[in-house]
Design a protein around this ligand. Sequence first.
Ligand code: CAA
Length: 380
Amino acid sequence: MNFDLTEEQKAIRDAARDFAETEIAPSAVERDLSAEFPTEIVQKLGELGFMGMMVSPEWDGAGMDTLSYVLAIEEVSKVDASVGVIMSVNNSLVCYGIEKWGSDFLKEKYLKPLASGKLLGAFCLSEPEAGSDATQQKTEAVLEGDHYVLNGMKNWITNGTKANVYLLQAMTDKSKGHKGISTFLVEQDMEGIEIGKKEDKLGIRSSDTCTLGLNNVKVPKENLLGEEGVGFKIAMNTLNGGRIGVAAQALGIAQASLEASIKYSKQRKAFDSTISNLQAIQFKLSEMATIVEAARLLIYRAAACKDEGKNYIKEASMAKLLASQAAVYCALEAIQIHGGYGYVREYLVERYLRDSKITQIYEGTSEIQKLVIARELLKA
Ligand code: CAA
């Protein structure tokens, strides 16, 4: 197995790092406080090709591989995990689904502007009574002539208030259970869309999360993605790629926590020396670095499997499970190493902890990842 990055992958990583440090870092602390969405940053990311990284150039994407995408998400999330998830949702959960299942009409109309950053997308699967148990969709879509009429409620929508296009799951035939779920592309300005309250979150505060009400929303028939009844399959397959994106976001937080801890431990003096000379601190740094590297390898493997067209369900879930654990663990240890300074806003590590927790929850909780991994292991 070759772990070396190609020259192109290194160039993408360096470009993402440079953009993150010069364009994202200066406003990250302020946006965490104000919970303001990084509109200009997202626009610039679009212009640079970071919002449709894996989309074919035929549809105005950057045509890159999944590993390049992972490298970019890690670099951005090292500086600001809020921007990481905005990118990840547009790339993995929206562009991917449209490119794989959409008609040329839908690709022309939605994928091109989404991939080039002219529009922003969001993914709507969760509902008040269908989170982990995602097959229990209550939102309904009824075909009436040349359009579907959608009614229901979606929640925990990342990019929700800002998105122009929603990739949304709804039930077209209740009698068929999850095989009666279909996927639609819904525009924010369609009549009957009600943007609910923006959530006031513990972390990733400048990413935007809201509920979405659908009250007799008329969606043209041609906005059905794929066919009726394949919506759950689309959602699950899309989430497999999304889980690699969230894993990369978690990796960025873990890596940032490690780097901050190394830096601080070499500056902070106690007991006649810098604390980096204390074995208690060295053991922490060693454990942090080891789990970060293990997570990185799992993520790279999942990305490689996806690009090689192999089944990567288990690999993506393992990568997300470990990387999110690494993010929470490393952020907690970073606070411990910083002592009292780690608990206040003067240093960034308290934000890393607040940002890290969501990676164990969204796009499938850690418990759901374990369930998915076990089912793959136990397949006949
Ligand atoms: N990849 C592909 N197919 C999958 C799959 C996966 N990871 N997981 C399940 N499936 C398929 C199954 O193979 C099955 O297909 P068939 O009917 O053809 O056999 C079908 O989906 C139903 O699966 P199960 O029979 O296993 O159903 P279940 O109810 O027992 O389990 C589940 C389903 C795995 C729990 C699934 O509901 C799930 O993944 N839940 C978590 C949902 C989730 O990740 N939500 C996050 C929403 S997005 C978000 O977080 C907000 C945001 O904006 C970022």
